[in-house]
Design a binder for this molecule. Structure first.
Ligand SMILES: Nc1ncnc2c1ncn2[C@@H]1O[C@H](COP(=O)(O)OP(=O)(O)OP(=O)(O)O)[C@@H](O)[C@H]1O
Length: 245
């Protein structure tokens, strides 16, 4: 389980200090799928970075399965990110010169492991890309590239998967397929999944939606529908369609 307790993050000091998070507490149950929403500047990225150990809270704690991230030194935190946490980004971040299979195995290889030759093909088959393992990113569609990125993120069988606008660069149908893939992999592997999104439709694929405003959790929506999410955001002055970058 991933637990945030009174997490605050202040950028800068004195007059120019920005309070990006102002005491966020939340438990992300093992195997749950949570979307993070909120107006621009409300602290979504900062929350993702603090929860994943990429950034350190100014105060408060982040615990993954009882292990407190801020108590670890930088090296131990890097190892924890590598072994227990997966990341998926809007821009896919694949290496253009490598094949899909090589991209999927790259993090494991960089960690000094020698994964079995069949692992990449298995992971790619799992995300619906069986037979495309020898293609390079430039020979794949956007949705297929995001599937490669998801297979790569899942290669180490992480406890938590963080996704930052994973459908932001995809058309509606492809986005839906990627969200369905998240759900299928959660059902199979039970990885806790946390996704930042501006899209109420994407958010409604999650079990619950955490709504941030001005660095605080102002709402938690369970069994979200696109209409409910859009309505809640409109109440915060956000135009969900207009805010979709
Ligand atoms: N490195 C930084 N230095 C100073 N201020 C920062 C830094 N990173 C973020 N901030 C500020 O912290 C606040 C929260 O930023 P954050 O990026 O977490 O918001 P967000 O909800 O992800 O926004 P968006 O939807 O626009 O991506 C903003 O006011 C932002 O300007």
């Amino acid at each position: 389980m991933l637990r945030l307790t009174e997490v605050c993050r202040v950028h800068g000091e004195g007059d120019t200090a920005v309070h990006a998070l102002r005491g966020v507490s939340h438990e992300f149950a093992a195997g749950s799928f949570t979307a993070i929403m909120g107006p621009s500047g409300s602290g979504k990225s900062t929350l993702l970075h603090c929860a994943s150990g990429l950034d350190t809270p100014t105060s408060g704690t982040v615990q993954l399965d009882g292990l407190e991230l801020s108590a670890l030194d930088e090296r131990a935190r890097t190892e924890l990110r590598r072994d227990r946490i997966g990341f998926v980004f809007q821009a896919f971040n694949l290496v253009a010169s490598l094949t899909a299979e090589q991209n999927v195995l790259l993090p494991l290889r960089l960690a000094g492991q020698r994964p079995p030759a069949t692992l990449a093909a298995e992971l790619l088959a799992e995300v619906g890309l069986g037979g495309l393992g020898q293609r390079r990113p430039g020979q794949l569609s956007g949705g297929q590239q995001q599937r490669v990125a998801i297979a790569r993120a899942l290669a180490a069988r992480p406890a938590v998967l963080f996704a930052d606008e994973p459908t932001g660069a995809l058309d509606t149908t492809t986005a839906r397929a990627v969200l369905d893939l998240f759900r299928a992999t959660i059902d199979t592997h039970r990885q806790t999944t946390v996704m930042v999104t501006h899209d109420p439709v994407a958010a409604s694929a999650a079990d619950r939606v955490l709504v941030l405003a001005d660095g605080r959790v102002v709402d938690v929506l369970t069994d979200p529908t696109p209409a409910l999410v859009a309505d809640r955001l409109a109440g915060l002055g956000v135009d969900p369609v207009g805010s979709e970058a």
